[in-house]
Design a protein around this ligand. Structure first.
Ligand code: NAP
Ligand code: MG
Length: 402
């Protein structure tokens, strides 16, 4: 059988620990035997980030802008414990943060549904996709502790040099303050990314904030979404038979719980961070989530939503068997290959990605799964396999489909 050809390379961002091991296995077992894989490789493993003073992260984001599609392995965000472990020159910033800021993107996360794994909310029969704004708010904040007796004010120096002040609080006792911002440009990009994604998926989109309390900040988000929708998307949505609506976040939470799924829920940065963990857990597992960062100019970066699975990696290093779930990392690859195929007009590549996903789901629905799913699957005949065996089982089903 001749291998499937690619026109344009994918940007490949390698990562750390157990997911780095899985990364290589996926390529060796499931991709390279079938696809003449073209990638531009960037090693975002912590050692190499440290050796390049994190330049490699910036280079990989620039390459993503150039080629349009990237696939990223989970990476360590260093904390104090990692400093001696990797002999780091600095506590490097989160690569995801750096890449998100450079691409000004929106992160879309959806659960992968399989038979045998029932969501904790059993009425959720269709996936719920969270669209998370990936810029600003509390992630780019400035915070201070304040001594009692101090007065805290917001002060803006206008372009003409005049100042505008607004009292935050007259502190009688000690306390804390926080300043944060967002940009009309970034909010507009977020809105367009959401509306485009909804049209792509042909699904309704909801947007929710706390505009009743935050009458300027959150209200600005609400207004920008509505203006862009009315001007640019209303007709397209009608044609596609889908809906956009805004609601207060309290109401959204209640509606989500009562729903059957099958829509996109757009959230501000912090809400999206927290709600995507809630949705992932309620659907069963963080290892069964797809995650893609979409920039306003149509650049895509696919990744797994979970981390580097450090605990499993230390077992692996000791030569012990692991049963780590590779599905989210595998779907990052299939998502990227399919998008590359769409952009390059190479339907073979799209078809391969579809089949690889089907083979993966079929494996789990046949009762063959890693330990995390084995614990929650309600199938009668289920079997726990190790990390590599799972990928080999997927391969045997893929072979039969090709
Ligand atoms: P984690 O890697 O997501 O793992 C937390 C726990 O969740 C694991 O110990 C494991 O539970 C379970 N788990 C997660 N993914 C799994 C999988 N694929 N298969 C089976 N079980 C899975 O989070 P963490 O341990 O808090 O973080 C480890 C490193 O990842 C950190 O250095 C952090 O900075 C980094 N991180 C990276 C990203 C990213 O690059 N996208 C995201 C989050 C965290 P059991 O141990 O009980 O089996
Ligand atoms: Mg989170």
């Amino acid at each position: 059988m001749s291998k499937i050809q690619m026109k344009t390379p994918l940007v490949e961002m390698d990562g750390d620990e157990m997911t780095r091991i899985i990364w290589k296995m996926i390529k060796d077992i499931l991709i390279e035997p079938y696809v003449d894989l073209k990638t531009e490789y960037y090693d975002l493993g912590l050692e190499h980030r440290n050796a390049t003073d994190d330049q490699v992260t910036i280079d990989s984001a620039n390459a993503t802008k150039k080629y349009g599609v990237a696939v990223k392995c989970a990476t360590i965000t260093p904390n104090a414990a990692r400093m001696p472990e990797y002999n780091l020159k600095q506590m490097w910033k989160s690569p995801n943060g750096t890449i998100r800021a450079m691409l000004d993107g929106t992160v879309f996360r959806s659960p992968i549904l399989v038979k045998g794994i029932t969501p904790y909310i059993p009425t959720w029969t269709k996936p719920i996709t969270i669209a998370r704004h990936a810029y600003g708010d509390v992630y780019k904040n400035t915070e201070m502790r304040v001594k009692g007796g101090s007065k805290a004010e917001l002060c803006v120096t206008n372009p003409d040099g005049t100042e505008e002040r607004s009292l935050i609080h007259d502190f009688k006792g000690d306390g804390v303050i926080q300043g944060m911002h967002n940009l009309d440009g970034s909010i507009s990009s977020f809105a367009r990314a959401c509306f485009n994604y909804a049209l792509d998926l042909k699904q309704d989109i909801w947007f929710a904030t706390k505009d009743t309390i935050s009458k300027k900040y959150d209200h600005r988000f609400k207004d920008i979404f509505q203006e862009i929708f009315d001007k640019e998307y209303k007709d397209k949505f009608e044609e596609a038979g889908i809906e956009y609506f805004y609601t207060l976040i309290d109401d959204a939470v209640a509606r989500v719980v009562r729903s059957n799924g099958g829509y996109i829920w757009a959230c501000k940065n912090y809400d999206g961070d927290v709600m995507s963990d809630m949705i992932a857990t309620a659907f069963g597992s963080l290892a069964m989530m797809t995650s893609v960062l979409v920039s306003p100019d149509g650049i895509y970066e696919y990744e797994a939503a979970h981390g580097t699975v450090q605990r499993h990696y230390y077992k692996h290093l000791k030569g012990e068997e692991t049963s780590t779930n590779s599905v989210a990392t595998l779907f990052a690859w299939t998502g990227a290959l399919r998008k590359r195929g769409e952009l390059d007009n190479t339907p073979d590549l799209c078809e391969f990605a579809d089949k690889l996903e089907k083979a993966t789901i079929a494996t789990i629905e046949d009762g063959v799964m890693t330990g995390d799913l084995y614990l929650i699957s309600k199938l009668d005949n289920k079997k726990k396999v190790n990390t590599q065996e799972f990928l080999e089982e997927v391969d045997s089903r893929l072979k039969a489909m090709l």
